[in-house]
Design a protein around this ligand. Structure first.
Ligand SMILES: Cc1ncc(COP(=O)(O)O)c(C=O)c1O
Length: 387
């Protein structure tokens, strides 16, 4: 367990019990014997890949998925032994590295299989999940001809096709017609594969939206991302979440400096904010270099359970807020999360930034320490700036 500290009053809190309970609820929700693959790419959606992986595996997930090889290796080097699937395309020259670290790769072209064969020196087969592009238009096999050629290159002993999967483009939208089309295409393609004599042991198509909404379409594994973090897959789905979930992520700072300004005084670069009367202005040590983007000017944060506005332009490392009264230096400011019954959610930040909650939690840079909480106590601090 890393026990470090940090010296700037800005931090992200990750409530590990929320991750644990969310994963437990996902496991209970999906049909029996459905494998839950915890998606921990992008540093566990900004929450910390290792910590989320450990919690998810303890709660009932049986494997992990990441975006690329380095993310998988980072988990292996930190002691994770559960199966890890790389969802993106890996360079064919890195297949031996994958084999030696027990990392499962995604494959989706005959060309890749040919190249991988050239580079493979180790005896053990490369564990593969075949990606089918049923309409996402990102990576995957799309046509019968392509699939036939792919299958003809699957030399036994070199490749082990453990899984087949696809990814939906619109599972989180109210109109399910495109989802249904993709689902039917996946079934047809699966039938082709099976007709060629390949019997994948794992078949998966579900992201969070799919596993929550289409319980009868899950095959034998699901890839759970955003819902595991306690966040909703889309605004449209807000009222369609059949399980209990709680966000694990919150962002906090403290008042570093406070001053009274007079009517007409200005605040920040460009002097864009001008006080209309006598006002208390607090400065907090968080700025756009941390992920608190300039576009969040005029958004609100919580102080003593009340919303107060961010005033003036947000600087690289600091920003200013207008307080209703003088408060002591060191007063807690919550930028994402709850104070009492008042909440600023990642969804609200996303809406203000005209983006999605996924992007919000991924925004915060490694210079913001992550504080891990379990049963109300700090169990770990990760500060990437620590020597
Ligand atoms: C291939 C794939 N599977 C699963 C997921 C998890 O999706 P979600 O976070 O919506 O559950 C992602 C996320 O982007 C993905 O790219």
């Amino acid at each position: 367990m890393e026990q470090l500290t940090f010296y700037r009053d800005t931090w992200i809190e990750i409530d590990l019990d929320s991750i644990y309970n969310n994963v437990k609820n996902i496991c209970k929700h999906v049909p029996e014997n459905t494998e839950v693959i915890a998606v921990v790419k992008a540093n566990g959606y900004g929450h910390g890949a290792l910590q989320v992986a450990e919690e998810a595996l303890t709660a009932g997930a049986s494997s992990l998925a990441v975006a690329f090889m380095d993310e998988a290796l980072a988990l292996r080097h930190r002691g994770i032994t559960a199966p890890i699937l790389v969802l993106g395309i890996t360079r064919p020259q890195d297949v031996d590295l994958a084999v030696s670290h027990d990392i499962t790769l995604t494959a989706c072209s005959a060309e890749w299989l040919h190249a991988a064969k050239q580079h493979k020196k180790t005896k053990r087969p490369v564990c593969l999940h075949v990606k089918l592009d049923t309409g996402m238009g990102r990576i995957g096999i799309r046509e019968m001809g392509e699939l036939k050629e792919f299958i003809s290159c699957l030399d036994e002993g070199i490749f082990d096709v453990e899984g087949v999967y696809t990814h939906f483009a619109t599972a989180d939208e109210l109109d399910t017609s495109y989802f249904e089309e993709q689902y039917q295409t996946f079934r047809t393609m699966l039938a082709w594969i099976e007709a060629e004599g390949i019997q994948p042991r794992k078949v998966h198509c579900a992201n969070s939206a799919t596993l929550l909404r289409f319980k009868d379409k899950l095959f034998n594994a699901v890839r759970s991302g955003i819902i595991m973090y306690g966040l909703t897959p889309s605004v449209e789905m807000n009222s369609l979440i059949p399980i209990e979930k709680k966000p694990a992520f919150s962002l906090h700072s403290r008042i570093a400096h406070i001053k009274k300004i007079s009517k007409g005084d200005t605040v920040g670069y460009g002097a864009t904010y001008q006080a209309e009367a006598e006002e208390w202005i607090g400065t907090i040590p968080i700025g756009y270099a941390d992920g608190w983007l300039r576009k969040l000017q005029d958004f609100s944060v919580l102080v003593n359970g009340k919303r107060v506005p961010v005033v003036g332009r947000i600087c690289m490392d600091q920003c200013m807020i207008r307080l209703t009264e003088k408060v002591p230096v060191g007063t807690l400011v919550t930028l994402i999360g709850k104070q009492g019954d008042t909440e600023v959610s990642a969804e609200e930040v996303a809406s203000y930034l005209e983006t999605i909650n996924y992007e919000v939690v991924c925004l915060f840079s490694s210079r913001v320490p992550r504080v891990y909480i379990q049963k109300g106590a700090v169990v770990e601090i990760v500060n990437h700036l620590a020597p």
